[in-house]
Structure formats: C-alpha cells, structure tokens
Design a protein around this ligand. Structure first.
Ligand code: ATP
Length: 354
C-alpha cells in the first residue's frame, strides 16, 4: 500500500536540508508518495492564504508529514499539525554517535529521549493584559496580594490537564518498555517545578506517579526541574526516557541537543493517536540561509523516525547507518561539526553509503 507523506519545506535554510533529505529517502525505493500542498508565502500568493483548505485536506489524507522549520509563514500549518491533529507527544532523542562534536569529555553513554508534552502548559496560547484579571478574585500566593495590585502588565495561562498528562506519561512509559526490550535501561524520569507550582506541576507529578504504578517493570523517578537540568548536564548517561511538561521540554531538549553536538543533529517526532509529523528540533537557521552549509543530519534523522513510524524499518535502519558511518569516517562533515563540507557534499557521502 502506497504511503502518502506531506512535505512542507519551511523557510530560510530549512529547504536546503529538506530537499537532499527527500532525495536520500527516494534512493531507498520505497512505496512512498510525497505530497506538496501549497503552504506558506507561496500559498499566500497563489491561494490568498498561508494554509489553504487544500493543504489541510492533503494533511488529512496523508499518513504523516515531514516538516521543515518555519520562521512564521508556515506556522498555521504547524499549528494544525500539532493542535488540529492532536500530536501530543513530542519525542526528541539525544543520542551521541562517534564523530559528533559533543562538548562532553565522555559522551559515549549519551542515549536518552525527551518526551515533551506538546499541546498544553504555556503553549495553549492564552495571554492577556493584567487589567483583564482585575475584576477577578485571583490572588498572588507568593506576593500575598491580589492580582489587581500588581500594576500594569501581562499574563499567560499555564494549563496542565489530567488527561493530557496521563496520555503523554503513558506514552513515555510505553517507549521505555520498548527501549528496554532492545537493551535500554527501562527507566522514566520526570521533571516538574512542583515546589513552586504545586497545583499545576504538582498535578503533572501526581499523574505521572500514578501512571508509573502500572509499569512495575520500569523504574521511575521525579526531580524538581532545575535539579533535573543539572543532572541532565552532569550525568546524562543515567537517563533513558524523560517526560516533561511542554515549556521545560522545549527548553531542555535544545540543551540535550547541545550535549550531543548541536542543534544540527537533533531530530524530533510529534505523535498523536492517529497522526504524526516529523521535523528537525532546530529552527530555520536564517543566519546561514542560502549558503548550503546547514547540517541536514537532524532532518535526515527526522526522516528516519518517519520511516520507522510508517514501518519501513529496514530502510530506516539503512539510512541511519549511512549517516553514522559518515560521522565515523569524519571526512564529509558540515562546519557546525568541525568539517568543511557543504550540505550537498554531506548528503552525497550519505548517499554513497546507502
Ligand atoms: P527559531 O526561532 O526558528 O528557532 P533561531 O534562529 O532562533 O530560529 P535556530 O534556527 O535553531 O534558531 O538557529 C540557532 C543557531 O543554530 C543559528 O546560529 C543557526 O545557524 C544554528 N543552526 C541551527 N540549525 C542548524 C543546522 N542544522 N546546521 C547548522 N547550524 C544550525
């Protein structure tokens, strides 16, 4: 059965990583069809909208999406992929392999996955002026004053729901179980700021602890998120699967990418109950756009995650192996990894090893 994948190239340097990635996947000869609906600035020109109905229909009719990063014009498509399709678990692996320029002296044991809750927390997009809260009875517990006395300012709402937390923590435990079956540590770590945010993060912690009881075969630990950040940098080898509320997950997964050697290496997959999309963890790298030097590894490894999701497991394995062999050889690396190869030269080296 032909699998349909929507491709959204994104902006700035993102297409420079996406295009050669698609060529590499094409080289694998899979029963896979790319769909390229109009999205972003070009769609605005041709259809009068950055995310026309036809693009939404293409996503709905597809098995998954491969997304290049966006600096804004493709954001409506991204919001639909996330909130419209309910992709609640953002999986961001941090795995070092030889040749990656890690700042750690001993990066060998670095192989963990951050599962970031993808839909809630401060990302529900409810912000406003403090004036709007003036008539409410809201009270600052820490300042010991009503909100109305805090003066002019703004607020953002942090939402942690029971159901949203349960599904993402369950996802993390299931992932830990699958990793354990393949030799993983069989551990889930969560990080919350429950000492300050006893209601919201406290609930996340409470639900995660309850879900943990259903997985006696998986070790579970929780840390205050600042302590977790320190542990992640100081002893990353002790981690396996990490589950975090949205904002902490967003920030700490970029820090995790730095541990393995930089944003250019870190892929990401966002999974819902019936849909998933894949992208690099980095942004559009506008400062290096047009120079053919963006490291496409994150995008290629996102494609590897896509292929696994579509159950093209052997192909995924081949592509991943080809990438790791290029790093092991160390001859065709991009500037962010200390090399002088262009994006295209790196991809040609991967293609040769496929
Ligand atoms: P956004 O707001 O979309 O995240 P940004 O510019 O803040 O965009 P990134 O695009 O992730 O963040 O870039 C941060 C820095 O990392 C930039 O200097 C960029 O060039 C560099 N960078 C990001 N991705 C890569 C990559 N794949 N290869 C090389 N350098 C990269």
């Amino acid at each position: 059965m032909t699998r349909r994948v929507v491709v959204i190239e994104g902006e700035d340097a993102a297409p420079e990583a996406m295009r050669p990635t698609l060529e590499l996947v094409e080289q694998l000869g899979l029963d896979l069809e790319w769909q390229r609906p109009p999205v972003g600035a070009a769609a605005e020109q041709s259809h009068g909208s950055t995310f026309p109905d036809e693009a939404r229909a293409a996503i709905d009719a597809s098995d998954a999406t491969l997304f290049g990063s966006t600096s804004g014009p493709s954001a409506r498509a991204l919001f639909y992929l996330r909130w419209g399709r309910g992709t609640y678990a953002n999986v961001r692996p941090a795995r070092w392999f030889p040749g990656c320029r890690s700042p750690l002296a001993e990066p060998h044991a670095l192989d963990f996955v951050i599962v970031r809750e993808n839909l809630e927390d401060l990302y529900v997009g409810v912000e406003g002026d403090l004036d709007e809260l003036a008539g409410s009875n809201l009270w600052s517990r820490t300042a010991g004053r009503p909100i109305s006395e805090l003066g002019p300012g703004r607020f953002a709402l942090k939402i942690i729901s029971e159901a949203g937390t349960e599904r993402v923590t369950r996802f993390a435990f299931e992932l830990a179980r699958r990793r354990k079956a393949e030799g993983g540590r069989g551990k889930v770590t969560s990080g919350t700021k429950h000492n300050m945010l006893s209601h919201s993060d406290g609930l996340f912690r409470q639900v995660a602890g309850r879900v943990a009881e259903d997985y006696p075969d998986i070790e579970y630990e929780n840390f205050i998120v600042d302590d977790f950040a320190h542990r992640m940098i100081a002893r990353p080898g002790e981690l396996d699967v990490v589950v975090l509320p949205n904002l902490y997950g967003d920030i700490l997964s970029d820090a995790a990418a730095a541990l393995i050697g930089g944003l250019g290496l870190a892929p990401s997959g966002c999974y819902g109950n019936d849909y998933a999309y894949f992208e690099s963890a980095h942004g559009t790298a506008p400062d290096i756009a047009g120079r053919d030097i963006i490291n496409p590894t994150a995008t290629i490894l996102a494609a590897v995650m896509l292929l696994r999701y579509l159950e093209f497991n052997d192909a995924a394995e081949s592509l991943e192996q080809a990438v790791t062999r290029v790093y092991a050889a160390g001859k065709a690396l991009t500037p962010d990894q200390g090399g002088s190869a262009s994006t295209r030269e790196f991809c040609a080296a991967v293609a040769k090893r496929l």
